[in-house]
Design a protein around this ligand. Structure first.
Ligand SMILES: [Zn+2]
Length: 327
């Protein structure tokens, strides 16, 4: 190839990567903007109802997590038409008097005398009143959530999300981190779905990240420690539920971070423990395989939990972690 061709290829690559970079930066800005817009709405409703914004934000986020194609919706909470307008309100009259006549639940949050299902303030105000129907205390809100979902994991997840939002004072929690220290040696490849020897015909639900004993194991997302302790296959393991209804499972640890306990709030990069080779036997069993972190991800869709392949996320977070440490 002559120099001209090489030069134009070089220029082409530069222009394309600059363009892709700009698109990425713009997407991140748009994402931040939508979180800000939501936060403003939640706080507006807090001013009207005294329901702390993070409960409403958590309720809305949980709904977003269990719905399909709702990631870009401003508000995910919604009500069935017959619940909102009332049974018998066939013309969907949205004046508050009409709705209350038909015993609908729709309320007016923006003071225009109407309760519109497509008005975010009306929907959020109605949702806040629903959460407050048993009272203001945390236990009262839990009962309201139970009455709405009739499912323990749903109530627990909404309360966890609220706890995380309250702690970090925001709903825009976009940072992520690779689950082992990238300053140490490690290696991993896509092994999701492979068969494994011990424990019968279970398939491999996760990614193994091989690293030396003692390599720091770090939280990948914002969340709450849900589980900690020994398990036959996982050895010393820890589980964290994040604000996207995803349960992150870290297994075969050599040790835990000091003082870490169930209910603790973590952020990306927080120390959880160290890489080890525990498991496949009674408590304390170790060394039956080379040291590695088994990392698994499980999504709750509002009815059941199922595992999915963490590998593509690990690749992305590895990139993000490297970029952040270069800055
Ligand atoms: Zn594994």
């Amino acid at each position: 190839m002559n120099q001209k061709v090489l030069l134009s290829i070089f220029v082409f690559i530069c222009v394309t990567s600059f363009f892709l970079f700009t698109v990425e930066v713009q997407a991140e800005k748009d994402e931040k903007k939508i979180y800000e817009e939501r936060l403003n709405l939640y706080k507006k409703i807090e001013a009207l109802t005294h329901l702390p914004w993070y409960y409403l934000a958590a309720f809305d986020q949980y709904e977003r997590n269990i719905q399909k194609d709702s990631k870009d919706k401003l508000i995910a909470i919604s009500f069935p038409e017959e619940v909102w307008y009332g049974i018998g309100n066939l013309d969907h009259l949205d004046e508050v008097e009409a709705i209350s006549f038909y015993q609908g639940q729709g309320l007016d949050g923006n003071g225009d005398g109407k309760a519109s299902l497509d008005d975010p303030e009306d929907v959020l105000y109605t949702a806040a009143k629903l959460l407050l129907s048993k009272g203001m205390a945390e236990e009262d809100i839990k009962i309201s959530l139970w009455n709405f979902y009739k499912r323990d994991l749903s109530v627990k997840t909404v309360m966890n999300i609220a706890k995380v939002y309250q702690h970090f004072k925001t709903n825009a929690l976009l940072e992520r981190h690779f689950p082992v220290s990238i300053k140490h040696n490690y290696s991993y490849r896509s092994t999701w779905g492979h068969r494994r020897g011990f424990g019968g015909n279970r398939i491999h639900e996760g990614t193994d990240i091989f690293a030396n004993y003692g390599t720091p194991v770090l939280a990948t997302t914002y969340g709450v420690v849900e589980l900690k302790g020994w398990n036959l296959y996982g050895g010393w393991r820890i589980g964290i539920r994040d604000v996207h209804n995803i349960y992150h499972y870290y297994a075969h640890l050599n040790s835990y971070a000091e003082d870490i306990k169930i209910g603790d709030i973590v952020k990306p990069g927080d120390l959880l423990g160290t890489v080890g080779s525990t498991g496949y036997g009674p408590p304390g069993t170790a060394g039956k395989f080379p040291p590695h972190l088994h990392y698994g991800m499980y999504k709750d869709n509002g009815h059941s939990e199922s595992s999915f392949d963490p590998y593509p996320y690990l690749r992305l977070w590895e990139q993000k972690t490297k970029e952040a440490q270069r800055k």
